[in-house]
Design a protein around this ligand. Structure first.
Ligand code: GLU
Length: 454
């Protein structure tokens, strides 16, 4: 069997860490098993779906390196949904309903008042031909519900318990007898996701559906739809949802955790991918060298059923570790975009001090631009200036200079280095001074030691 998976966002907003976790788990599984990863745009809600959001989704996936083999969009597949709906109507599994939202609401309230679960009473199913004609003559157009299996109304008795062996959660059951028959076609003729997704998964040969656990109940319904359509269902895996560092659900705060904003913050795609793929798994959260390396670690067994904790601070710390291990060749383009020069030497000197790539800008300014040195210990820096080697500078310059300064001043440790650091960089801490020295050059170093802006 060739694995085929899909990531199926609705283009009604930008992707956030929650969706990206779903996308990644699908992508990594496809990659590990030599399968295919598809992008399916669930754009049946024409009012809320926009082309700009579709572009945003593509751009976010692209930036993260989650390449997709093919794109499908639901708005282009209506003919398939119409055909599948006709088939189900013939089987008696779709039925017309005429209630308005208000009428349904009143029904639910009455049921709740009587202590009953607010399940649709299947009035539509009981309508006679003339009753339907009368409702339509009133100007009502029907919406259509999928009749979930149970033993009422002359249908062959089917079990209402739907079960499957979840790739992540193990044995699962949903009692569809406790659910309302879902609306699959709205009164305006548009189709609902629960249905379109099944038609697509069947036609596109999706072998595994990996998605959030908020879809577990949908799976019960969708397995019945596969059966009613006479199609083999895919395997299902439901991953847990994200919680924040405070232990509370992230769902309401997800908007603020868009890939777009993380990108603007300067986070590395590999750090975001490593972090979102590894939280909520038994693997340690470590910087990975590539998505392929991440894919090699992928296993459903490692994904925990407990919530995955997303902590932006932990992501930043991982981002720093990714940068510390990034070779110059990989950083070069990003540095260029930020207007940072200095080549491999500069990158080697500063990468260990960066949390995000854009932190390099300030260090480049210190190396290449002008700063006002901070004089903490005038006597020491004066001595340091006097001892500064004159000859051509190389890797040994620092050691020669510091050895001389130690002897002359009798200083060592912080008392020696802290005043030098403040004079040369204006900062309390930062990259090794030994590495910065040749980048600064003699003229600048001398000027700064003399307290001059340089
Ligand atoms: N469009 C659905 C969503 O974003 C897809 C769910 C699924 O993977 O089936 O929730």
């Amino acid at each position: 069997m060739t694995v085929t998976v899909r990531f199926a966002p609705s283009p009604t907003g930008r992707l956030h860490v929650g969706n990206i976790r779903t996308a990644l788990l699908n992508w990594l599984f496809a990659r590990k098993s030599g399968g295919t990863f598809l992008l399916r745009l669930d754009d049946t809600d024409l009012q809320r779906s926009t082309e700009a959001f579709a572009d945003g989704i593509r751009s976010d996936l692209d930036w993260l390196g989650l390449v997709w083999a093919r794109e499908e969009r639901q708005s282009a597949r209506t003919d398939r949904y119409v055909a599948a709906a006709e088939f189900l109507k013939k089987q008696g599994r779709l039925y017309a309903c005429y209630e308005t939202e208000d009428e349904l609401d009143r029904k639910r309230k009455r049921q709740l008042a009587r202590g009953l679960p607010p399940i649709y009473d299947r009035s539509g199913l009981k309508l006679t031909g003339p009753e339907r004609a009368a409702l339509e003559a009133e100007g009502r157009t029907p919406h259509w519900r999928f009749r979930l299996a149970n033993s009422e109304d002359g249908f062959a008795p089917l079990p209402t318990i739907v079960s499957w062996n979840d790739l992540i959660r193990g044995d699962q059951t949903v009692d569809v007898g406790s659910l309302s028959d879902p609306v699959v076609i709205r009164a305006d003729g548009s189709f609902l996701y629960t249905f379109t997704s099944v038609v697509d998964d069947a036609e596109l040969g999706i072998t595994h559906v990996i998605r959030g656990e908020d879809h577990v109940t949908n799976t019960g319904v969708q397995l019945q739809l596969f059966e009613a359509l006479g199609k083999e269902p895919p395997a299902f895996g439901h991953h847990s949802l994200l919680i924040g560092a405070d232990g509370h659900a992230l769902s309401k705060r997800l908007g603020a955790l868009s890939i777009e904003s993380m990108r603007a913050e300067g986070l590395e795609p590999l750090a975001i991918a490593s972090y979102t793929a590894l939280i909520g798994t038994s693997d340690a959260i470590e910087a990975q060298h590539s998505l392929d390396e991440l894919a090699r670690h992928f296993s459903f067994d490692k994904i925990s059923t407990g919530p995955a904790r997303f902590d932006p601070e932990e992501l930043k710390a991982l981002n720093a570790r990714v940068l510390h291990a990034t070779p110059f060749e990989q950083a070069e383009a990003g540095l260029r975009r930020l207007g940072v020069g200095g080549g491999a030497g500069f990158w080697q000197a500063v990468r260990g001090n960066l949390t995000v790539m854009s932190d390099a800008v300030a260090w480049w300014q210190i190396v290449d631009g002008e700063i006002d040195p901070k004089v903490e210990d005038a006597a020491l820096v004066e001595q340091a200036a006097a001892l500064l080697p004159a000859a051509t500078w190389d890797d040994t310059t620092w050691d020669v200079w510091i050895a001389a300064l130690k002897t002359a001043s009798g200083r060592k440790g912080k008392a020696l280095f802290h005043p030098l650091r403040l004079a040369l960089t204006g900062r309390e801490d930062g990259p090794e001074l030994k590495a910065l020295l040749p980048l600064l050059g003699r003229e600048k170093v001398l000027a700064r030691l003399q307290g001059r802006r340089a």
